[in-house]
Write a protein that binds this ligand. Structure first.
Ligand code: ADP
Ligand code: TPW
Length: 607
């Protein structure tokens, strides 16, 4: 018989159960010998909700939890650590959630974020919604209050109907009420996060569940190792032929790589497709490095030109959303005639979401790119030189102009001089992971800092959200053990700045560079009302963010010149010590909202 105990029994035995009588037997399932009820009673080998959650995750090769402890999940974090999982404890759940999302993107395994009920859950929810928007697989596991009390709204500790709130903000949401269903709950969460278009999943675990006990063997048997959690989806041969025919007829073809292409880990085939077809390509920001940005076929330095001029565009894991001006308008020179699009995506409903797609290719990127490659033989005609030559000419001109700007050493530093130092460092350490947020800091870094390897750039993503910085940086360091360079606007950094303590606590090889120009966007705004308050976008002048890192034992450096920045950054990457460089930037540099000023309603109205 399954020995799931009543709550009363469970709570009286739980404290005992947590004492070091625990022992691991029977493979990797953890069971414990509970104290016999009476001296002559047989020893019952039982497991509980805590251990079933841990065992289910481990069974599915999930070895790390990002979270923040408290009732009812504190013991879960302790036990997970005791059972050999890496538990990374944050100062705010949003950053733990962002870390889980980035881990999901980097590893193709759902990142786990663990939070307490109501307020902790809500703090994690932004990250869950953001992960879903970015198509990153993660699971937000939240403890919750007692269902009976929540549903009657009787005022439980941190009462909230979390499942209902999470549902519209993620891909799938589940609740587990019985210990014997934990295996199924976690299997469903993993499969939902990874299969098809990846995304965020919510898993609601009421407090009572953790203390429920059941027969250890039955518990072990109830767990599910998910087989083939992200099944390949092979594109239909006629869809592949349609796409190839369109590509063959193109005079000015263009390939656009998105972060879906980076996520798919089909790096060699994507590179082969680009090189064998000879088609110029543009990487979206997180697809940078799929091929090195210095690649001769990169059209990044002639972006406006190729978007306007291309006649056939092959989208690989990139949506025609606002980041690509919805595939229409001036950016695409719509008045010169519509483009024809080929779109590779795993989500069939993405097709025609903004403009007509002439050749949809539905499937996973690995299978789709392999299928296209299969149709490209030695007779494939590379794009006309009129096209590639015109791109090369514009590229050369723009790159030479940029080289002059980057070589300048103004005082104080501007975005370009500071970023040229980081550009050189990334060139020297192409394995380093760049995390990037801010407005001008983001836009300039994206175009100035070349990337050389796949999945080395993590940024604000589809929503352009501030606050991903430290969560993404921690995840990158934890899951890859590579040096991380976080390029942060001073406003952007503030959203997750307290996690420098987390970075110091785990001694992570992260170097944060705060582009300090005294405010949101710039530090020069004035308060038109004449009252004492500063303008809404202005911060304390000449703040020393480096001291924040020193407060927790890391290295803080105040850099006022490109040389000082270069020295501090090189040392940080080599030493792997947590470092924060306060890079003093001219407060008049940059523009309102960076390159998306036109989205400000007042500016848009004027146009
Ligand atoms: P970007 O912001 O870089 O343009 P998006 O996030 O807009 O990229 O687009 C990513 C797209 O990639 C999404 O439409 C998603 O469905 C798709 N995608 C993600 N993973 C895969 C995969 N393995 N195979 C096919 N498509 C994928
Ligand atoms: C969650 C709005 C976009 S960019 C930005 C804000 C507040 C900060 C820009 O200043 P920063 O950068 O970081 O100093 P820089 O390089 O121009 O000096 N809240 C959220 N997300 C967004 N995007 C905002 C607010 C915003």
């Amino acid at each position: 018989m399954s020995s799931v105990r009543t709550d009363k029994e469970a709570s009286t035995t739980l404290d005992d159960a947590l004492k070091p009588t625990s022992r691991a037997v029977d493979g990797d399932a953890v069971v414990r010998a509970l104290k016999p009820v009476a001296d002559d009673a047989p020893e019952a080998e039982t497991t509980d909700g805590f251990h079933l959650v841990i065992d289910a995750l481990k069974l599915n090769d999930i070895d790390t939890i990002f979270g923040l402890p408290g009732i009812p999940i504190t013991d879960l974090t302790r036990m997970a650590q005791a059972e050999g999982m890496r538990v990374i404890s944050f100062r705010h759940e949003q950053h733990a959630g962002n870390a889980a999302a980035a881990a999901g993107f980097l590893t193709q395994k759902p990142g786990i974020c663990l939070t307490v009920s109501a307020p902790g859950f809500l703090n994690g929810l932004t990250a869950l919604a953001n992960a879903t928007t970015n198509c990153f697989p993660m699971i937000l596991i939240s403890g919750s209050s007692e269902r009976e009390i929540v549903d009657l709204q009787q005022g439980d500790y941190e009462e909230m109907d979390q499942l209902a709130i999470a549902k519209p903000l993620c891909k799938a949401a589940f609740r587990v009420l019985h210990a014997e269903d934990i295996g199924v709950g976690i299997a469903r969460a993993i499969r939902s996060a990874l299969s098809g278009r990846p995304g965020g999943v919510y898993l609601d675990l009421p407090a009572k569940l953790f203390a429920q006990t059941m027969d250890a063997a039955k518990g072990k048997a109830s767990l599910i190792k998910v087989v083939d959690p992200a099944p390949r989806q092979i594109p239909a041969p006629d869809a592949v032929k349609r796409a190839l025919d369109l590509l063959k007829g193109a005079k000015k073809p263009l390939i656009l790589l998105g972060k879906g292409a980076a996520y798919a880990q089909a790096d060699a085939d994507i590179r082969a497709l680009v090189e064998k077809t000879g088609i110029p390509y543009l990487p979206m920001s997180m697809a940078k490095g799929l091929l090195p940005d210095t690649h001769v076929q990169s059209a990044a330095a002639a972006r406006s030109y190729v978007l306007q001029e291309a006649d056939v565009v092959l989208l690989i894991g990139a949506r025609l959303n606002w980041l690509l001006s919805h595939g229409k308008g001036k950016t695409w020179a719509e008045d010169k005639g519509a483009k024809q699009f080929i779109q590779i995506d795993i989500a069939p409903t993405e097709i025609d979401s903004n403009v007509a797609i002439a050749a949809p290719v539905i499937g996973d990127i690995g299978s789709c790119v392999a299928a296209l490659l299969g149709g490209i033989d030695a007779k494939w005609a590379k794009p006309p030189v009129e096209w590639t030559g015109a791109i090369a000419e514009r590229k050369d001109k723009n790159l030479s102009k940029m080289a002059v700007t980057l070589a300048a050493r103004p005082s104080p530093m501007n975005f370009h001089s500071a970023l040229s130092v980081i550009r050189d460092q990334v060139k020297a350490r192409p394995d380093a992971i760049v995390v990037n947020e801010g407005a001008n800091t983001l836009d300039f870094a994206r175009s100035i800092v070349d990337m050389y390897e796949p999945r080395k750039r993590l940024d604000v993503g589809t929503w352009g959200i501030m606050g991903i910085g430290m969560g993404f940086a921690v995840a990158a360091a934890v899951v890859t053990d590579k040096p991380v360079i976080a390029i942060e606007g001073d406003s952007a950094f503030g959203f997750s700045g307290m996690e420098v303590e987390t970075i110091c606590r785990y001694n992570l090889p992260i170097c944060i560079i705060v582009f300090n120009n005294n405010g949101v966007y710039r530090g020069t705004d004035v308060n038109a009302s004449g009252t004492a308050d500063v303008a809404p976008t202005v911060f304390v002048k000449n703040a020393r963010y480096d001291k924040l890192m020193e407060a927790f034992g890391g290295v803080g450096v105040n850099a006022t010149t490109a040389d000082e920045l270069q020295k501090a950054l090189t040392e940080a990457v080599a030493s792997r010590r947590p470092t924060l460089i306060n890079a003093v930037i001219d407060e008049t540099a940059g523009t309102e909202s960076g390159r998306i000023t036109s989205l400000n309603p007042a500016t848009a109205k004027k146009k």
